[in-house]
Unconditional design. Structure first.
Length: 313
């Protein structure tokens, strides 16, 4: 594992390259004893340093080498350094692409995997729930990269169920509150039972239903994506907020409705562009689709900023 000096470097220095140089000899190389691994790390360190020097610490060109370096540390078992690099990558993503993107969710997916491997079950569960909230945002409801995330979670729930049926007691049983079910107290008031104990059948049913739910959610995203590719994108008509006095709730509902239409249009144009790029469409067609996509993304960003300004995130 990396020395305590390397860990302090992580906290006190902004240069992620310095962290990699300090940590690499005592972690990756010691565990793998591989010249190829050493060369890979040094190449990435050099590349990251050059990008930081020429383009700054938040250049989008950093995303790929930072991700590759974090994967090397994850594979070598130095999870703390891998998580630090993931955090650095996420910061670059947020600076350049904004908050709550699928790119950020993909980094969170790795964080969940690492925390689970470290035995930090509660941290892994909480990170997974945060990731789910992110990918379930409306603008990601036809994002192809969301599908494998949902399918992976469905498989993980089935794995938990299999372990439980085999006599194990995975920590997720309590973390996910799978024992809980609706019951009624003496006065007839409905309430949920506790998470720590309950009926075995309740757990089995809850996990089975949840796994199936994630499968259905992934299928719905795929179906929506397919429809958007096949059908014309419906460009939303500009809608201004009425001049007459309106309640805050009415204004919020109007803005939410328009935001939903804009979000769908942005998703549709993105789906069409990505499909055309994979299908080797003509440069002219790609240019037009790119123009439509960029305009939709700008409108979505503007509506998001306006909504957040008025009502908060």
């Amino acid at each position: 594992m990396a020395s305590s000096d390397a860990r302090r470097t992580l906290v006190t220095m902004t240069g992620i390259v310095a962290l990699a140089i300090v940590a690499a000899p005592s972690t990756l190389f010691a565990q793998r004893d591989s010249p190829a691994a050493e060369d890979a790390v040094q190449e990435l360190v050099t590349e990251i340093a050059e990008i930081q020097s020429s383009s700054g610490g938040n250049s989008t060109d950093l995303i790929e080498p930072l991700t590759a370096l974090s994967l090397l540390y994850e594979e070598s078992g130095d999870y703390e350094l891998a998580l630090a690099l993931i955090e650095e990558t996420t910061q670059v993503i947020e600076v350049n692409y904004g908050l709550h993107t699928v790119d950020e969710a993909l980094q969170m997916r790795r964080t969940v995997r690492i925390e689970r491997a470290r035995g930090n079950d509660e941290a892994a569960w909480n990170d997974e729930q945060e990731m789910l909230r992110l990918i379930r945002r409306r603008r990601h409801q036809a994002e192809a990269r969301v599908i494998p995330i949902l399918e992976e979670i469905a498989d993980q729930r089935r794995e938990i169920l299999a372990r439980y049926r085999a006599g194990e007691f995975p920590p997720e049983i309590v973390l996910g509150c799978y024992y809980s079910e609706l019951a009624y107290d003496a006065s007839g008031t409905p309430r949920h039972t506790g998470c720590g104990s309950g009926q075995r059948d309740t757990v089995i049913r809850a996990l089975s239903d949840e796994a199936a739910g994630f499968d259905s959610e992934a299928a719905a995203v795929a179906g929506r994506l397919e429809r958007w590719i096949e059908l014309p994108c419906r460009k939303p008509a500009a809608v201004g907020i009425a001049n007459e006095p309106r309640s805050k709730r009415a204004t919020k509902e109007q803005m939410q409705a328009y935001f939903g239409v804009v979000s769908d249009y942005a998703g549709c144009t993105q789906a069409k562009y990505e499909h055309a790029a994979r299908a080797s469409a003509s440069p002219e067609e790609l240019a037009q689709l790119a123009s439509d996509r960029n305009a939709a993304a700008e409108e979505l960003a503007a509506q998001t900023a306006l909504y957040n300004e008025r009502f908060g995130r």
